[in-house]
Write a protein that binds this ligand. Structure first.
Ligand code: FAD
Length: 474
């Protein structure tokens, strides 16, 4: 469809004032924060595909009307809320439409009896948390992007927060939702504690990254908010392998601290600026919940850490991390490691306890050996389970020419993907596939990948929703 006609029709459906065509505003809505795009933008170039317009949806009916029209006319569309994606997840298709739900804010209800909150897709998580905290509750969901992300995107990316070892990821917190399919049908999945009535349909949308429908409303569990009752503790450990062994023991013994983080010496020096004895790694813990439980967790964690000869450092390093943990969100337009003149970013994977230390060590070694211009390579583990954990790699490459940024960047990602897949891990722990990890999805999913196409064909038969994400185009 001609761009002018597409815009004119959308204005008829959504209203003149809800269709944004200003070139800079459209470009702004098309950007996300993947490292090489930030670097390109900083060099004065914006290489994202050009969308025809952004539609600022005001309610579920408008989302439904817009999607029905786009589907009938086979027009590409990308859903968007907070725009904090780091995977090229919100980059539009050339000439396509960005359907933005960030005006759909507001809390429908805080149900204190059933301990759940229902809000619209554009509700900023930080605002939701603030409102809940004032009433003595929390969602327990604290991603680093807390100041940026909104409910629709959090659900769509299968997000996880810094307190996940106790509260889990968004998949453990979501109770029910409302979504709109590509043909405009509105579906609601009701709020119940659990049910055994067929496959769990919430998971068609949790982690679907805008490829299966548009999430319009979300109900999450809530918990008592008791920050004053928390226990904070930290330890220096000899290396990542030793730190991972300690965490594995804590998890196997059945303790559930909310925050469990293991930072390597590179991150401590380059990013966190926390001093620990030379070359050592830092283990941070926070136990959250009622004080008696926190005390028991503290005793258990301390006993295990001391058995492994970890060096207790008290609560100061935890407070230092906690206070600055989301500061990076204050200036997201500067590339990571901006001051050091390079392209930097992060990439998170997961694997079982038997593989995770090998993945960490091999990736770091290979990056140093194989990537010319590599200046920094480090990482941390921050989301822990009884059967394994994640590694969140951080890297920086020095590059003089913005045109080479993507290629350099993808060489680093290639090493991380290869070593993870080789050892049976998952190539994306929480940022999602976006458009940059799609090429590895067939190997990630193996024989079950075919199911993804069958579900896509059923929910979005014209494949208009977020092309290039999760599904390799056939
Ligand atoms: C500094 C920084 C720190 C981060 N820290 C974390 C972290 O700790 N944990 C974590 O999990 N992630 C983190 N992220 C990644 C990002 O914040 C999350 O993926 C977040 O969930 C995205 O939410 P959003 O509202 O910004 O979504 P967007 O960026 O708008 O969209 C993300 C994806 O979801 C789809 N989408 C958006 N809205 C909808 C909707 N209503 N219906 C259907 N699909 C939709 C989009 O098409 C896109 O594919 C971080 C990002 C940054 C920049």
């Amino acid at each position: 469809m001609e761009k002018e006609l597409l815009i004119a029709e959308l204005k008829k459906i959504a209203g003149e004032d809800r269709v944004v065509t200003d070139e800079n505003a459209v470009l702004d809505a098309s950007k996300d924060y993947i490292g090489f795009r930030r670097y390109e933008r900083d060099a004065g170039h914006n290489r994202v595909p050009r969308a025809a317009c952004v539609v600022m949806a005001k309610d579920t009916k408008m989302v439904s009307d817009v999607l029905r029209f786009l589907n009938e006319n086979k027009q590409d569309v990308v859903p968007r809320t907070g725009g904090s994606s780091v995977t090229r997840g919100v980059e539009p298709a050339e000439g396509g439409v960005i359907l933005d739900g960030s005006d759909m804010t507001g809390i429908f209800s805080i149900d204190e009896e059933n301990m759940q909150v229902t809000a619209r897709c554009g509700m900023p998580l930080e605002q939701l948390e603030k409102t809940l905290n004032e009433k003595g509750y929390t969602t327990g969901h604290m991603p680093q992007s807390l100041p940026m992300a909104q409910l629709g995107g959090l659900v769509a990316t299968r997000s996880i927060g810094q307190f996940s070892t106790l509260y889990g990821g968004i998949e453990d917190l979501i109770v029910g939702l409302e979504a709109v399919l590509a043909d405009g049908s509105v579906v609601r999945i009701k709020n119940v504690p659990r049910r055994s009535c067929g496959p769990d349909l919430r998971h068609l949308f949790v982690g679907s990254e805008g490829t299966m429908g548009f999430v319009t409303e979300v109900t999450l569990k809530i918990f008592k908010y008791r920050p004053k009752q928390r226990w904070l503790g930290s330890f220096a450990v000899k290396g990542m392998r030793q730190g991972l062994e300690i965490i594995a023991d804590v998890m196997r013994e059945g303790y559930k601290p909310a925050v469990v983080r293991l930072h390597d010496s590179v991150e401590l020096k380059e990013v966190m600026h926390i001093n620990v004895p030379d070359g050592m790694c830092l283990l941070l813990f926070i136990a959250d919940g009622p004080r008696p439980l926190n005390r028991a967790t503290a005793r258990g964690v301390r006993r295990i850490a001391l058995k492994h000869k970890a060096l207790p450092l008290g609560k100061i390093p935890v407070n230092m991390w906690y206070k600055s943990r989301n500061d990076v969100c204050n200036d997201m337009d500067k590339p990571i490691y901006y001051n050091m003149g390079g392209i930097g970013d992060t990439c998170e994977i997961s694997a079982g306890w038997s593989e995770i230390a090998d993945i960490y060590e091999t990736v770091i070694e290979r990056l140093h050996n194989e990537i010319p211009g590599l200046a920094v390579a480090g990482g941390h583990a921050s989301h822990c389970y009884s059967n394994g954990t994640n590694i969140y790699f951080q890297f920086m490459i020095r590059e003089d020419d913005w045109r080479n940024a993507e290629q350099d960047y993808m060489s680093v990602i290639g090493v991380i993907m290869e070593e993870t897949l080789k050892r049976g891990g998952s190539i994306a722990h929480h940022h999602g596939s976006g458009k940059y990890r799609t090429r590895w999805m067939p190997e990630e999913h193996g024989s079950s990948y075919e199911l993804m196409y069958r579900i896509k064909d059923a929910l979005d038969p014209n494949h208009i929703l977020n092309k290039g994400v999760i599904l390799v185009e056939r």
